[in-house]
Design a protein around this ligand. Structure first.
Ligand SMILES: *[C@@H]1O[C@H](CO)[C@@H](O)[C@H](O)[C@H]1NC(C)=O
Ligand SMILES: *[C@@H]1O[C@H](CO)[C@@H](O)[C@H](O)[C@H]1NC(C)=O
Length: 797
């Protein structure tokens, strides 16, 4: 029917879909809103004239609105919201629940574009943000998968703070919105996923901590209810297939068990709402168990809003309401689709669908105007918390931020620091790294990613402040000789191999920078295999064979790459994974190679061998293996087969040893009632968490980490738990991670809290969390420790 490749190659797609009959090519060159029909196109063009103005209401200079109740900042927000809703006509309301909300001039309200993105820096993927003029670019941090590899929560939060400073500055300058549809916290479930790069990886605990930290950084620790910017955790839920083997996300029905939903897919979203206090959640394109997520009241109304208590709005993925009507044929009429979405709990449509069909839905009695009011209240509440109804932004908190706060030296330094912390040293035979720049004076720099710029920032990026390529970074230390070896990452020919070999034959050392880019893995583009594309592998092997000095392989990629060939090649000494390291990536790579930075990153996802794929359809959502079908299961938590590099792998130039200083060995679980004991233990020898008295169940462990090396270094302690074996058990599960800087030769004590209910529980096949009784094993770095968990009999008295 329609085709991304042929018709829409020039646009970035934020989680968006374009359909030919909605294409807006005729809209005076404004690509603002994809997917909007002709009628609305006219309205849009009018809004367009106000471009560059800061969208806010209640301008004190506006005599018409000055006295209105919704403008009074000393009145409670819910009262202001109701006052405003009472003044709006139905037609106005309908045009306020879409991303390009209309202006209401009679009430002093300007049009507002809800869609902006800030995945790892202010981005121009959404139409709400534009670069140019006083804001030619913004700090472009490493792609999220790289930042995740630092396992550093304070870094994640700090990046959020900096990004929201830049976002506020751009808003003040009329070039950005205040509502950002980031982060993407779907689980990186399958190594082929084109959007895995955007996520914090495969582990639910890491993803949950990332979600909460980044969101807190973005939204600010504002007094009371106030928001610096509004973040959004997406795409709820069990998304993470874009286009594989003829199945795309617009038609994918993810069949997910209650067990996997509870202990894998929902975990980051729950933390995002409960801990991060996020102001928005986005539902996804796919169906979950036969229902489009954006039309599922159980997911939206009951889970996100009901159980988790979202204080914010729920937004569709771009045109996903249209998708479940047009592509999935989920309802018979468009009015029904609009009504289903609103009844399910959707508040905002990214796309035109609700603007076009809500009126008919109300006229036919499928929903009431009051249903619409509830959605609108959620939206207006967020805008009021952002200060958009408090008058002139310059007089408000963050009103002083401007162009000098974007791409500032401190912000760019943080982008560099993030890249340094995220780079992972995968292999270092014979301690070849770090290279001494006085011993290796001339370095050959080879490979299709050796001198790249935009490749380093991955997708959902903006315009960077500037770049340092790997070649430029290395040239700061030594004399370089450069050959790309392949024209691009697809590496279709070997014509340039000879020249590359020539360089390696003469240079004191050779650095090969290879890997992927958005032509191989991207939104709408899942990979077919895990090997290096085209002839890259041959390039690496031939250059390594020709080299007279040590060979360092640097992989730039979002997803894992099967580099077994390089691991086993005696001529290749060291392997680094740089992810997509952001605008300062080349500096960070060079700093690691020459030892100015001691690497501390760890893999946030399993690196599987290519052979793993044979038994794993991308459409299979099961996390656990199935011995009957030969399905091996997914991620380090459930998959026991061979790996190229495991989750959590990452070397340092130092060696760290662990000793356990304080370690409890028994814990008794008090129950809420005797009846709970009998019911719980009867069937499973596993107490329901809801039947346990969890308050007194925090255990504290002390681990001493010693740096045995001669360089100061950062060490990340990963703590895993391994439940007693049983039918639901994972191989192991991350409990927590702790990083610390340890000076050479010295020791640091890390305190690890293990909460029995949170960390030693597992989820049964009904989605119920239980604490298995018996011997649990804790892995703290390379130390193993056993804890006996039993029920407490005291309740019998
Ligand atoms: C225990 O089981 C009984 C009988 O099946 C049931 O009525 C009761 O509600 C259960 N109690 C709890 C606490 O789950
Ligand atoms: C974590 O990141 C922050 C911000 O860059 C940094 O100050 C801190 O030292 C890092 N922590 C460790 C243990 O490296």
């Amino acid at each position: 029917m329609w085709n991304w490749e042929s018709s829409h190659t020039t646009l970035h797609h934020s989680s968006l879909i374009l359909k030919p009959h909605f294409h807006m090519g005729s809209c005076k060159g404004k690509k603002v809103l994809l997917g909007i029909g002709v009628v609305i196109c006219v309205a849009l063009a009018l809004i367009g004239e106000g471009e560059g103005r800061v969208p806010f209401a209640c301008d004190p200079k506006n005599g018409l609105t000055r006295g209105l109740k919704f403008c009074r900042t000393n009145v409670a927000i819910h009262v202001r919201v109701q006052d405003l809703i009472g003044r709006l006509t139905l037609a106005e309301k309908i045009r306020l629940v879409v991303n390009n909300a209309i202006d209401v001039p009679r009430l002093g309200i300007q049009g507002y574009e809800w869609w902006s993105e800030a995945l790892h820096g202010v981005s121009n993927v959404g139409p709400g943000t534009k670069f140019g003029g006083a804001f030619p670019g913004a700090t472009s941090f490493p792609q999220v998968i790289t930042t995740a590899a630092s396992f550093n929560q304070s870094l994640w939060k700090q990046i959020g703070r900096v990004v929201s400073d830049e976002a506020r500055a751009m808003y003040n300058g009329g070039q950005a919105g205040l509502t950002y549809w980031s982060p993407n916290v779907n689980i990186f479930r399958d190594p082929r996923w084109g959007r895995g790069q955007e996520t914090p990886g495969e582990d639910p605990v890491v993803a949950a901590k990332y979600a909460a930290s980044y969101v807190q950084g973005l939204q600010g620790d504002g007094a009371g209810n106030r928001l610096k910017v509004a973040a959004c955790c997406k795409h709820y839920t069990a998304y993470d297939l874009d286009n594989w083997n003829g199945i795309d996300r617009f038609h994918f029905n993810a069949r997910v068990s209650k067990q996997d939903l509870e202990d894998t897919y929902d975990v980051p979203f729950k933390a995002c709402v409960l801990e991060g206090k996020v102001a928005s959640v986005m539902c996804s394109y796919n169906q979950v168990n036969g229902k489009p997520t954006c039309a599922d009241p159980n997911l939206l109304r009951n889970t996100i809003r009901g159980q988790w208590g979202l204080n914010g709005y729920i937004v569709s993925d771009c045109d996903s309401v249209g998708v479940f009507y047009d592509n999935q044929h989920y309802t018979r009429t468009p009015e029904e689709a609009a009504a289903e979405a609103i009844k399910a709990g959707l508040d905002l449509d990214c796309g035109p669908f609700l603007a076009l069909h809500t009126d008919a839905a109300i006229k036919r009695g499928l929903i009431s105007e009051n249903d619409l009011n509830l959605a609108l209240a959620n939206l207006l509440t967020v805008q009021m918390r952002l200060g958009m109804f408090d008058g002139e932004p310059s007089a408000q908190p963050y009103g002083n931020l401007g162009p000098r706060d974007v791409c500032s030296p401190a912000h760019q330094q943080l982008a560099l620091e993030a890249a340094r912390q995220g780079i992972v040293l995968l292999q270092n035979k014979g301690n070849t790294l770090p290279l001494s720049p006085t011993r290796y004076r001339t370095v050959g720099v080879i490979g299709p990613n050796s001198d790249v710029t935009v490749t380093m920032i991955g997708n959902y990026a903006g315009v960077a402040c500037g770049y340092t390529t790997p070649l430029q970074g290395i040239a700061r230390y030594v004399k370089t000789v450069h050959q790309a070896g392949c024209r691009d990452v697809a590496c279709g020919g070997n014509q340039l191999f000879g020249a590359a070999e020539m360089v390696a034959r003469k240079a004191d050392a050779t650095v090969l920078v290879v890997g992927l880019d958005q032509s191989i893995e991207a939104e709408t583009r899942d990979r077919l295999g895990l090997l290096l594309p085209g002839l890259q592998q041959e390039l690496v092997s031939r250059v390594a064979r020709a080299a007279i000095g040590p060979v360092i392989l640097v992989i730039m990629s979002g997803g894992p790459v099967d580099v077994s060939f390089a691991k086993n090649d005696p001529k290749i000494s060291a392997i680094l994974w740089a992810g997509y390291p952001g605008q300062a990536g080349g500096t960070a790579i060079a700093d690691v190679i020459f030892g100015t930075t001691n690497p501390g990153g760890k893999l946030p996802m399993t690196w599987y061998p290519q052979s793993y794929l044979a038994k794993v359809p991308m459409t299979n959502m099961d996390m656990r293996p199935n011995p009957a079908s030969g399905y091996p299961g997914r991620t380090y938590r459930f998959y026991k087969g061979p790996v190229v590099f495991p989750f959590g792998h990452g070397l340092s130039y130092s060696r760290f040893t662990h000793t356990l200083a304080v370690a409890p060995e028994h814990v008794s679980v008090p129950l809420v009632s005797l009846q709970a004991l009998t019911n719980s233990t009867l069937s499973s020898k596993a107490v329901r968490v809801s039947h346990a008295n969890c308050d007194a169940l925090l255990m504290e462990f002390h681990v001493d980490v010693k740096n045995e090396g001669s360089m100061d270094g950062t060490h990340t302690l990963l703590v895993f738990s391994k439940p007693p074996s049983g039918k639901w058990s994972a191989v192991k599960q991350l409990v927590s991670f702790h990083n610390t800087r340890v000076p050479a030769g010295s020791k640091q004590r890390i305190k690890v809290g293990v909460h029995v209910c949170d960390h030693l529980s597992i989820v049964d096949e009904f989605g119920i969390r239980r604490i298995p009784m018996g011997q649990h094993e804790l892995h703290l770095g390379d130390v193993k420790h056993s804890i006996s968990v039993q029920t407490l009999d005291q309740i019998k008295h």
